[in-house]
Design a protein around this ligand. Structure first.
Ligand code: ATP
Length: 438
């Protein structure tokens, strides 16, 4: 993991937030390559979940919502974790932190960081929502929250979307957006952060059809990740046991990835029943029933949710792609990212900076630039330039050599197989397009 973190910084995938001030705990910034990776991931999600489906609409709800939303959702009362503080070293732990041995609050229990006995407080509840004030007066009546999940923006807009899009149940609403949680023990790089992005889809179904749709979305979402090139043996489902299930859920599965720090969730598929819409109906006083005019029926739809973290999924892609390989006695670090996800699609190299090679290489680069995110590199030996692109996960290297200026062909090197093919300079765009499409 340390190697990946250092590569991510060195190559401009991820930087610590406010680094020059010593950093801000568990908040991260995406650099030039990282932002491309995450955008590609989100675009593929949006295409699969919205554009390719007639029965799903998109939404972009605001981060700030009426404070009553969070009372109805249960977040004000229930979105809490029990916390333990060390009075000596001031560190904070979740009460279920595996490093804690013994009962916090007990005089014999040691702090896992400073090792002092009896310095831990008994567990106290701590709300994970970030609070701020709306308007000029900092008073209780002005308290507002940064949303801890994007889902509620979908629930409160469900009727608006239904009516404006003329969808019929079963149908879904998809959204990508920021969420904030004042996590107590964040860490593992971008795995658990305080500000993150979610890609959520809420699918509204008739009660009774929920289990069938739950199974459908479970299978679809796993297939989608495999389609991104993630190794199948590192992916699995984890079903929530009855004591893990959220209060609103009838059934829940996590999609887990085998990270260097163990199997961990990066997407949840939940059968949320009619809990959310019923609660919003009660708290808002507005009827949220679906009316099926064809059969003259009214009901509150059940909701099947697919809730993924864009940052966590991006981390899965990076971890899964990272390889160290021996090639002809030399070690290379390579990110074997799926071409559709890779930040740069190709790099263009003149073999040497003379004999017309830079001019032709530049022309090819300018041609490709309009269609793909490509990179031009004329610095250092060709081997070095290939290695730099391997580390960035760039799937294709296009080299203009002595032959190119004679017959207008270039070599295209494949990052994974290392095979080189000669391709007509005028066909390079087409060649890339065929191989980048998911
Ligand atoms: P965890 O148990 O890891 O805190 P959760 O069960 O609370 O996660 P959900 O509320 O189901 O997570 O959120 C759905 C998805 O949002 C998660 O699968 C994850 O990808 C992402 N997510 C949740 N919390 C964070 C966080 N603090 N940092 C980054 N991503 C997160």
């Amino acid at each position: 993991m340390d190697k990946l973190v250092s590569l991510a910084k060195r190559r401009g995938f991820v930087f610590q937030s406010s680094e020059i001030y010593g950093g801000l705990g568990s908040v991260w910034d995406y650099g030039p390559l990282g932002v491309e990776l995450k955008r590609n991931l989100k675009e593929r999600w949006w295409r699969a979940m919205v554009h390719e489906r007639e029965d799903i609409e998109g939404l972009d709800a605001a981060i700030l919502m009426h404070p009553k939303v969070w009372e109805a959702s249960g977040h004000v009362a229930g979105f809490t974790d029990p916390l333990v503080d060390c009075k000596q070293c001031k560190n904070r732990f979740r009460a279920d932190d595996p490093r804690l041995k013994g009962t916090p609050g007990d005089p014999e229990t040691k702090c896992p960081v400073c090792g002092n006995k009896g310095t831990l407080t008994a567990p106290r509840m701590f709300n994970l929502m970030f609070k701020t004030f709306m308007g000029p007066v900092e008073e209780d009546a002005a308290v507002i929250y940064l949303r801890p999940e994007t889902a509620q923006g979908i629930y409160v807009n469900y009727l608006n979307v239904l009516q404006s899009s003329r969808q019929k149940v079963p149908f879904g609403i998809a959204q990508i957006g920021k969420a904030f949680r004042n996590e107590i023990t964040p860490g593992n790089f971008t795995f658990r952060t305080r500000e993150f992005e979610q890609m959520e889809m809420q699918f509204f179904v008739k009660p009774g059809a929920d289990q069938q749709w739950f199974e459908f979305w479970k299978a679809e979402r796993m297939k989608w990740y495999q389609g991104l090139g993630i190794r199948a043996e590192r992916l699995r489902f984890h079903q929530h046991a009855p004591d893990e299930l959220a209060h609103y859920a009838r059934d829940a599965y996590d999609i887990q990835y085998e990270f260097p720090f163990g199997w961990q969730e990066f997407e949840g598929i939940h059968n949320r029943t009619d809990f959310d819409l019923t609660r919003h109906q009660e708290h808002s006083g507005k009827k949220l029933e679906y009316v099926d005019a064809a059969v003259n029926e009214r009901y509150i739809p059940y909701i099947i949710e697919t809730s993924a973290g864009a940052d966590r999924a991006a981390l899965v892609l990076l971890v899964d792609a990272y390889r160290e390989e021996q090639i002809e006695g030399e070690q290379r670090v390579v990110l074997k990212l799926h071409p559709s996800i890779a930040p740069l699609k190709a790099a263009v190299f003149p073999l040497v900076n003379k004999d017309g090679m830079p001019e032709l290489a530049r022309r090819i680069f300018d041609d490709l630039r309009g269609r793909f995110n490509v990179f031009y590199d004329d610095g250092g030996s060709i081997g070095r330039r290939y290695r730099r692109q391997d580390e960035a996960g760039t799937p294709f290297g296009i080299t203009v050599d002595g032959q190119s200026t004679q017959d207008q062909t270039v070599t295209v090197r494949d990052r994974d197989t290392l095979l080189q093919e000669r391709v007509a300079a005028g066909r390079v765009g087409e060649y890339l397009a065929e191989r980048i499409a998911p």
